[in-house]
Design a protein around this ligand. Structure first.
Ligand SMILES: Cc1cc2nc3c(=O)[nH]c(=O)nc-3n(C[C@H](O)[C@H](O)[C@H](O)COP(=O)(O)O)c2cc1C
Length: 253
């Protein structure tokens, strides 16, 4: 049985898929008597997290056969664990490049006990289509994952060397810089009402308040600003037909 009964889940969700999954896991754990708290990775200083008497959960979206650089940094900055049990969930459209392996190794090295991990397929937030059937299937998997977790059933899939090699792509700024040179997020000044929601929700502080919001040079393409702009005023200059995707409302993110 999963013990202790205090579970802290640290998550990031760009467009809602990961948050839907995290909410489902929380619902199941709570229904079985667990105290579950959720924390947003982008708002937490990892060096200050409280590990005492806790099971830790982590959840994030797959990006570039890995995940966003600030999520890698979060794992690297975690304090030393005391053998705390850890579980992990990522959401993805198709293939993750085996990110579970490198994350497991970071956690092990820090003294955690990485126990069970799961990759859950959800609609691609790059393709724009809100496929409810796929979401339901993903959430059923999340429910089963949480039930298995309570029973300590499951494993943490890993292909060493291969997955460590693939993880280099998303860990290194080099590859992100490549995309930053190709794609530029831009504000449509005719539509923008200067509400500054984009400025406040960007997880990496990449949007500056000027006369109109302005994207700087360290975007991670999580798509939040496009997805949750109430005026649909943000677009890729080089890809004007890009369709925005969001699976929940901003207040639930
Ligand atoms: C920049 C970017 C890169 C992505 N790379 C991958 C990938 O390598 N493999 C994959 O299966 N899905 C990839 N996806 C799709 C997302 O992982 C998937 O839709 C995820 O569920 C989104 O979660 P969120 O809504 O919580 O942000 C990518 C999405 C974005 C925006």
């Amino acid at each position: 049985m999963l013990q202790p009964k205090n579970v802290d889940i640290y998550y990031f969700s760009g467009t809602g898929n990961t948050k839907l999954v995290v909410d489902k896991i929380k619902e199941v754990l709570k229904s079985q008597g667990y105290n579950v708290s959720l924390y947003k990775i982008e708002k937490v200083n990892p060096t200050e997290i409280n590990l005492e008497n806790k099971v830790l959960g982590f959840a994030f979206p797959v990006a570039l056969q890995g995940t966003y650089p600030f999520i890698w940094h979060f794992f690297e900055k975690l304090p030393s664990g005391n053998g705390n049990l850890v579980f992990l969930v990522d959401t993805l459209a198709a293939y993750s490049g085996g990110i579970l392996g490198p994350v497991k190794r970071i956690l092990r090295k820090k003294g955690y006990n990485p126990l069970i991990a799961k990759e859950i397929r959800m609609p691609s937030n790059l393709s724009g289509s809100l496929d409810q059937k796929k979401i339901e299937k993903g959430l059923k998997q999340a429910e089963n994952f949480a039930l298995d977790l309570i029973e300590l059933k499951g494993s943490w899939y890993d292909i060493p060397i291969y997955s460590d090699f693939l993880s280099i792509f998303s860990r290194k700024e080099f590859f992100w810089n490549f995309f930053r040179r190709i794609f530029h997020l831009t504000i449509d000044k005719q539509k923008c009402k200067k509400c500054n929601i984009c400025v406040n929700i960007c997880p990496v502080g990449n949007i500056e308040i000027k006369e109109y919001p302005e994207h700087k040079d360290h975007c991670v393409f999580c798509l939040r600003c496009i997805s949750f702009c109430p005026q649909d005023a943000i677009y890729f200059k080089e890809k004007k037909n890009f369709k925005k995707y969001k699976s929940i409302e901003l207040t639930k993110l």
